[in-house]
Design a protein around this ligand. Structure first.
Ligand SMILES: *Cc1c(COP(=O)(O)O)cnc(C)c1O
Length: 364
């Protein structure tokens, strides 16, 4: 059955945090540590379509041990942020792109697609209920986490006939506290994040589960992040565990690995293509080999490397390490092109620069 248009009831949290408790959290929220007073919930069945939209007090979900997601990982998610502008208004950055990606992820994981009006309605309703939790000043934001999972109580292997959709919200501090610092990257030679025909282009929890062991290996080698290559030839750069990659060349052109089907289509990645072009850079999407990264940094044809995603926006990449060597781009600071693109994007998100591409949606 097709879903009815978005509608939601709101039950206020009688045990909401006091303004003092909230202010203490918002002073130094970190990332993913604290959650707001409310959450959004809705359910889908083949008979009802998406229904029962509601904003309710934040709290635990009660899950039967035989709930399908716990066994077969039929689960997808999104991540986007709400930003306060100088006049106190609250805005989302390209939320319809997140809605479309959640639909693509749902398709790949055999979950029901959530209509765009439900996606936008749910995140807006939650931001509205938790308006006081959107932090202002200094690159702070309210991180929104929509997610969907198989909630049928059933151990057979087939798409779930009962699905739950939820949105939770978590205040986020500036990703880089002491200024933007380059991260070091471990080249995983043994593991891939995703394979041809697999779920790499879907934003599903299972991809992250598969990235944790190589991530641990990277940390044992003193690196903060891991870069994954294609699973067939082990030659072509795909992305980090949760961020896309960019290479700045000495002629000012910028290259990012072309979407291969196993790379997650980052909305930050897509926005950077436009912002970099607006700044006068040539932007090329093509295959990039790991050899090109190593040799390009060594011979100076690659001058800057950066990673991008909603959480950090843009992270400069310093050292690439592998079993037997390493190369370092830059001098331990963010490069100029990296910094300029980062500022240009953040200025749009915080309303300090003109929204030339119609990327912002006001929610409060
Ligand atoms: C979410 C995600 C990204 C970044 O996507 P954004 O839309 O820019 O936040 C990149 N890679 C993976 C694997 C991701 O899950």
């Amino acid at each position: 059955m097709t879903s009815t248009p978005f509608a939601a009831t709101v039950s206020r949290n009688p045990a909401a945090k006091t303004p003092e408790q909230r202010d203490a959290i918002l002073a130094d929220p970190g990332f993913g540590n604290h959650f707001t007073d409310h959450m959004f919930l809705a359910e889908w069945t083949p008979d009802t379509g998406w229904a029962n939209g509601r904003v309710v007090p934040y709290g635990p979900l009660s899950i039967d041990p035989a709930t399908a997601v716990l066994h077969y990982a039929q689960e997808i998610f999104e991540g986007l942020k709400a930003y306060v502008h100088a006049d106190g208004s609250v805005w989302l950055f390209r939320p319809e792109a997140n809605a479309a990606r959640l639909q693509r992820s749902a398709h790949r994981l055999a979950l029901p697609e959530l209509p765009t009006d439900w996606f936008l309605g749910s995140v807006t309703a939650l931001v509205d209920a938790d308006r006081d939790w959107v932090p202002s000043g200094g690159e702070k934001s309210l991180y929104l986490r929509p997610f969907m999972f198989a909630s049928e109580v059933f151990l057979g292997v087939r798409p779930s006939q009962h699905v739950t959709y939820s949105v939770i919200a978590s205040p986020a501090g500036a990703y880089f506290k002491g200024g933007v610092k380059p991260v070091s990257i471990w080249l995983s030679s043994q593991y891939s994040r995703a394979g041809t025909g697999g779920t790499g282009a879907a934003k599903c929890g299972g991809n992250y589960a598969a990235s944790l062991l190589p991530q641990q290996e990277g940390m044992e080698h003193g690196c903060e992040q891991v870069v994954f290559l294609d699973s067939t030839e082990h030659t072509w750069i795909e992305e980090l565990g949760g961020m896309n990659l960019y290479f700045v060349h000495s002629d000012g052109s910028i290259v990012t690995p072309t979407l291969s089907g196993s790379i997650l289509e980052g909305i930050t990645r897509d926005s950077i293509i436009q912002v970099a072009r607006d700044l006068g850079h040539e932007v090329v999407e093509r295959r990039v080999s790991i050899q090109e990264w190593r040799e390009g940094v060594a011979d100076g044809s690659i001058t800057e490397v950066f990673a991008c995603g909603t959480a950090a926006v843009i992270t400069p990449v310093g050292t690439l390490k592998w079993d037997g060597g390493e190369v370092t781009s830059g001098d331990g600071e963010a490069g100029k092109v990296t910094s300029d693109i980062r500022s240009a994007l953040i200025d749009i998100q915080y309303g300090r620069a003109e929204d030339r591409h119609g990327w912002l949606t006001r929610v409060s």
